[in-house]
Design a protein around this ligand. Structure first.
Ligand SMILES: N[C@@H](CCC(=O)N[C@@H](CS)C(=O)NCC(=O)O)C(=O)O
Length: 311
């Protein structure tokens, strides 16, 4: 199957999580390089508001957040599963902590002054200013993304030391093969250590370094580039897949067909509005009609999102 489309950009750590998972699963996919900052008109035609990176498209089904994207990829390509059921509780809880708290610490460590000196983005003052303004808009109303370096660094180092201890005993964090926790941890480490000015900080952590080499060796699968406009046309020419009949709206005070907005609970509060067609224990799905993309179903994981009524 090569009809999955990953909307991503090269420097994005959460995109690296998915590229690396495609590599582990040895799969082909299509790839759209989206802008690093707004506006992102083709992505907006698909998601209707959600602007985080990455997004995975399957025809007219649009998957937001790597929590649900990883589950979808694992379901579509079940060989080498990354959610072993006998460890599912601790792995998904630890992966969530890693994708939120550790990611926040990683951003602060990766953007420390000594790292920014060699960063192309920050060597052009106009580009740097546009980036900072965009990210200020992106995280408006949230305290969940910013962390002072003097808070982030000791937390980061503590976790790197624990990883070093564990990875000197086993090849991967769940044992002999990678699980979701390896992919969540890898993209945070990648974001810091891809930076030349910080690479040397890893030198003493040999087991961690070898694990990063093992993860990097999975590669990125086989991406084929397409344009954002072509991806929107693919959505337009497709129909959303049938919603699983075991869905239901049990825990929501909404009737099927209610107009709602789905919003992240941590940062990036740009909502997606539409008709709520599924609110299961794991997933929220909103149907929307877009003038360019036609009818699309936008999928979110339950973890990390809320549903609000829309008048
Ligand atoms: N919980 C989200 C986090 C995604 C996220 O924070 N992505 C960053 C880039 S790695 C982002 O959206 N930055 C702003 C942007 O790309 O516009 C996920 O797992 O996908």
């Amino acid at each position: 199957m090569t009809d999955l489309i990953l909307h991503q950009y090269p420097g994005s750590p959460f995109s690296e999580k998915i590229r690396n998972l495609f590599g582990y699963k040895q799969q082909a996919y299509q790839s759209v390089e989206i802008p690093v900052i707004m506006p992102k008109p083709d992505l907006m035609a698909l998601t209707g508001g959600y602007r985080k990176t990455p997004v995975l498209q399957h025809g007219a089904d649009i998957y937001c957040d790597t929590g649900i994207i990883c589950q979808l990829i694992d379901r579509l390509y079940p060989q080498n599963p990354i959610y072993p059921q006998d460890q599912i509780t601790q792995l998904t809880a630890a992966a969530h902590w890693t994708d939120t708290f550790l990611f926040k610490a990683s951003v602060a460590v990766a953007f420390q002054p000594k790292a920014l000196e060699g960063n192309d983005l920050f060597s052009d003052p106009a580009a740097a200013e546009a980036f900072m303004k965009d990210r200020a808009d992106f995280s408006k109303g949230s305290t969940e993304l910013g962390m002072d370096l003097n808070v982030a660094l000791p937390h980061w180092l503590q976790h790197m030391t624990r990883l070093e201890q564990q990875l000197s005993l086993a090849d991967f964090l769940g044992g002999s093969s990678p699980t979701i926790l390896d992919f969540s941890t890898y993209h945070c480490c990648w974001f810091v250590y891809k930076n030349d000015a910080l690479k040397g900080d890893l030198a003493k952590l040999l087991a961690l370094g070898h694990w990063m080499e093992r993860m990097a060796a999975f590669g990125h699968g086989q991406p084929t580039s397409i344009t954002g406009d072509a991806a929107v046309t693919i959505a337009k020419n497709s129909s959303p897949e049938a919603i699983a009949a075991n869905g239901g709206l049990a825990s929501e005070p909404f009737d099927p067909g209610a107009q709602v907005e789905v919003v992240a609970i941590d940062y990036g509060f740009q909502p997606t509005r539409g008709e709520l067609v599924l609110a299961s224990g794991d997933e929220l799905v909103v149907k929307r009609i877009d003038e360019r993309a036609g009818e699309v179903n936008v999928h979110f994981p339950r973890l990390g999102f809320r549903v609000n009524p829309v008048q």
